[in-house]
Design a binder for this molecule. Structure first.
Ligand SMILES: Cc1cc2nc3c(=O)[nH]c(=O)nc-3n(C[C@H](O)[C@H](O)[C@H](O)COP(=O)(O)O)c2cc1C
Length: 335
C-alpha cells in the first residue's frame, strides 16, 4: 500500500505536501491545472507587489486630476510588471479563475515592505476567493541609521496590518536575515502569522563589467540551498504550532523528504519546476513515495519532525559543537 501523503497546512487539508511556490509557473490557469494533475497539494500565485497597487492608486488619482504633479515621478519609475501578473484588478480575477479551475487550495501572494494603504488588497484577495494569503516581506535595509530593532518592527507592523484586514489563514515569507531567526519567527506568530515560509532568497545585484552598470540578478536555486530551511525548521519545530513551509533548493525527492523529516508541513518548489516543467512534481512525489515505502513509513504525518532538533539522536548537530567538528574533519581529509 502506498503511504498517505496528505498533510495539513494553514488549517487546510492537502492531498500532498508538495506546493508550487510563487513564480511565473503558477501564473497561468492551464499550467496550474497541469501542476494539480501532477499531484501538488496547493499552489501559490505569483505576488502582487506593493508598488503595483500604489501605482494603480496613483494612476486613479492622476486620472481624477487630484495630485497629478506629486505622483508623476512615481509613475515614471514604475517597472513594467504587467507581463508578470497583469496588475491588481486582473490579479483578483486570476484568483477567482484559479479557484474555479482547481480543486486544490489557491494561495494568493502579496509582496511589500511597508504597512501603507495598499494593504487593503489583502481583503480584496480574500473576497476574490483566496484559500489563504502569503505575505512576502522583502526589505533591503541599506540605511545604516535603521537599526535591527526598527527593521524587525517594520515586519511586525506589516504582518499585524494584514492580519487585521483578513480572516483567511496568513502565512509570512521572509529571508533568513535576522540576528535570531527563531526568536523573530515567534514574534511573527504573535503578530498574527498562522505559518511561515522559510525562506525568501535575497537577490544580490551584480556588475556588468562591459557597461559598468549594477544589474539585478536572479538565478535559479541549487539543492544545497535547502539546508538553510532545513536548519531553521528543525530548530523551530519544537517551539511553535504554526505551519512551516520549506522554500529553497527542493530539486529532488531527497531534498523534499529531508525537509519533512525536520518538521516542515509542506515543501515548496519553484526553480526545479521552472527548469523541468510542471510534470516534475509527479517525479518528486513518486520518489518520495518510493523512499517512504522502502523505509516503511505509512504517512507523512508519521515521519514529519522525526529528525527535528528535539527528536534527532544528536541535537548538537544543529549547533556550534558540530561546526568545529565539521571544520576539523574537512582539514584532515583534504591534506
Ligand atoms: C522567476 C522567479 C519568480 C519569483 N516570483 C516570486 C513572487 O512573485 N513572489 C514570491 O514570494 N516569490 C517569488 N519567487 C521565489 C520563489 O517562490 C521561491 O521562494 C524561491 O525561488 C526559492 O525556491 P526554489 O529554490 O524552489 O526556487 C520567484 C522565484 C523565481 C525564480
Amino acid at each position: 500500500m502506498n503511504p498517505d501523503l496528505s498533510t495539513r497546512y494553514l488549517g487546510l487539508d492537502l492531498t500532498s505536501p508538495l506546493v508550487a511556490s510563487a513564480s511565473p509557473i503558477t501564473g497561468e490557469i492551464d499550467v496550474l491545472r497541469r501542476l494539480q494533475d501532477a499531484g501538488v497539494g496547493a499552489v501559490v500565485l505569483p505576488s502582487l507587489f506593493e508598488e503595483q497597487i500604489e501605482h494603480e492608486e496613483a494612476e486613479l488619482l492622476r486620472l481624477s486630476d487630484v495630485g497629478a504633479g506629486s505622483y508623476a515621478e512615481a509613475l515614471d519609475y514604475f517597472p513594467k510588471l504587467q507581463s508578470y501578473n497583469s496588475g491588481p484588478d486582473a490579479y483578483l480575477e486570476k484568483i477567482a479563475a484559479a479557484r474555479k479551475a482547481l480543486s486544490i487550495p489557491v494561495i494568493a501572494s502579496l509582496n511589500g515592505a511597508s504597512s501603507g494603504g495598499w494593504v487593503h488588497y489583502a481583503k480584496l484577495m480574500e473576497d476574490a476567493g483566496a484559500s489563504a494569503l502569503e505575505l512576502n516581506v522583502y526589505w533591503v535595509p541599506v540605511d545604516p541609521k535603521e537599526s535591527g530593532a526598527q527593521v524587525e518592527q517594520r515586519y511586525l507592523d506589516l504582518v499585524a496590518a494584514v492580519r487585521a484586514a483578513v480572516r483567511i489563514p496568513l502565512v509570512v515569507k521572509t529571508a533568513c536575515v535576522f540576528s535570531s531567526p527563531a526568536h523573530m519567527a515567534l514574534r511573527l506568530e504573535k503578530a498574527g502569522a498562522n505559518g511561515l515560509v522559510l525562506y525568501n532568497r535575497l537577490l544580490r545585484p551584480d556588475i556588468d563589467l562591459e557597461k559598468l552598470e549594477m544589474v539585478p540578478k536572479l538565478e535559479l536555486s541549487e539543492p544545497s540551498e535547502s539546508r538553510l530551511p532545513l536548519l531553521w525548521i528543525g530548530v523551530l519545530r519544537e517551539h511553535t504550532r504554526m505551519s512551516l513551509a520549506a522554500s529553497s533548493g527542493v530539486h529532488s525527492a531527497g531534498d523534499a523528504l529531508k525537509l519533512l523529516l525536520v518538521g516542515a508541513d509542506v515543501v515548496m518548489a519553484t526553480s526545479s519546476l521552472l527548469r523541468q516543467g510542471p510534470g516534475h512534481a509527479r517525479t518528486l512525489l513518486d520518489g518520495m513515495t518510493g523512499w517512504m515505502k522502502e523505509k516503511e513509513y505509512v504517512s507523512v504525518a508519521q515521519m514529519r519532525g522525526s529528525m527535528s532538533r528535539a527528536n534527532c539522536p544528536d541535537p548538537t548537530a544543529y549547533e556550534r559543537a558540530n561546526y568545529m567538528r565539521t571544520l576539523m574533519t574537512y582539514a584532515t581529509t583534504a591534506l
